[in-house]
Write a protein that binds this ligand. Sequence first.
Ligand SMILES: Nc1ncnc2c1ncn2[C@@H]1O[C@H](COP(=O)(O)OP(=O)(O)OP(=O)(O)O)[C@@H](O)[C@H]1O
Length: 304
Amino acid sequence: MDDILTLSGVEKRYASGHVALHGVDLAIRRGEIFALLGPNGAGKTTLISIVCGIVTPSGGTITVDGHDAQRDYRAARAKIGLVPQELATDMFERVWDTVRFSRGLFGCPPDDAHLERVLRDLALWDKRGSRLAELSGGMKRRVLIAKALSHEPRILFLDEPTAGVDVGLRRDMWALVRRLRDQGVTIILTTHYIEEAEEMADRIGIITGGRIKLVEEKAKLLATLGRTELHLDLAEPLAAVPAGLADATLSDEGRRLSYVQREGSMPIPQVLRIVEGAGVTYTGIETRRSSLEDIFVDLIGEKA
Ligand SMILES: Nc1ncnc2c1ncn2[C@@H]1O[C@H](COP(=O)(O)OP(=O)(O)OP(=O)(O)O)[C@@H](O)[C@H]1O
């Protein structure tokens, strides 16, 4: 698959002397949903701001769909739509005017048919004449997306798209993001909600302390770094783990037998066969598969 965005050795040292990015290399594939996860202060916003030309990098190169983001800034920027966390426009403006204005900012010729499609797709067409101040929080967020899509970008950055929105609206946003991906837009989102990355992303990047720690297919990440815990409530307490199960542990005065299965270790059905073969009976069985959140905490040592 070809890459639509590449960062190579991207550094950022702020005037304060703080180094927010240490030589970041990252390649985003055309058409994917990529989630960038990291704790507070990891450098996510700095990275997005550099790609969007809002912050100047101290070093490195960025290529956006074949255009060098510094030498060929306008062409590179035109490929990108940025959905910020908050609406910074005039609250007395009307939806249609603000979206039309955004398109003009990129030097695109007017195309009211495109803007109508965008507003209809975001269920904002009926609100096109409303002032921003009159809209609900969820509608205001959709206006931000409409503005970002007004100039037909190929890459859409969503910075914390569902921070502070309720569960129903979050699901609507996820459905919308998937529709955009189906239309061929590459999506890069930053999020604190691991659940959001787990639900939506094709690939996951983890950034911490200004360094990319890991980039992996979500499914592979869950398969290779994930684990399954098995807990058995035993009918009779055991003094020692059954032979052949050295990795298992006993707790609750020998009444609970636990085993953690990781990639390459003995599969759970085999563990159960050994337990049963040793004549051990159990009255309860519980398994738990680790989530992306568990993996993140294991890697970073803290929550996103
Ligand atoms: N203008 C600035 N001047 C100096 N330091 C800055 C500036 N902007 C950000 N930083 C610092 O750079 C680091 C990365 O910040 P950044 O906002 O990119 O992190 P983030 O991953 O987006 O965090 P959050 O999840 O909290 O939004 C932080 O330590 C921050 O304090």
